[in-house]
Design a protein around this ligand. Structure first.
Ligand code: ZN
Length: 88
């Protein structure tokens, strides 16, 4: 296991939370490690890969949807690749 690259092992973020009627600053559980502070090496790899394809896509000026269409993926599948998640 490795320290979570997103929260740096803090397990949570100080983030602006969006509620139905207001926005408020508060602690949000890290969505990358699921609040554990550590992630598997596999996840770190997926995330690095996701970042690299995102940067590449932005350089080419394509939206997520356009890139998904180009790769014959659904926008959901493509967004999972960029965020290092495995599609369910
Ligand atoms: Zn984390």
């Amino acid at each position: 296991m490795e320290t979570c690259p997103e929260c740096k092992g803090e397990k949570r973020f100080w983030a602006l939370m969006h509620y139905e009627h207001k926005c408020e600053w508060g602690w949000m559980s890290c969505y990358v490690c699921g609040g554990k502070g550590i992630v598997t090496q596999q996840k770190v790899k997926l995330r690095r890969y996701g970042e690299s394809i995102r940067i590449d896509r932005i350089k080419r000026g394509l939206s997520m949807r356009e890139e998904a269409t180009r790769l014959k993926l659904t926008p959901y599948e493509y967004s999972c690749r960029e965020t290092g998640k495995v599609p369910k």
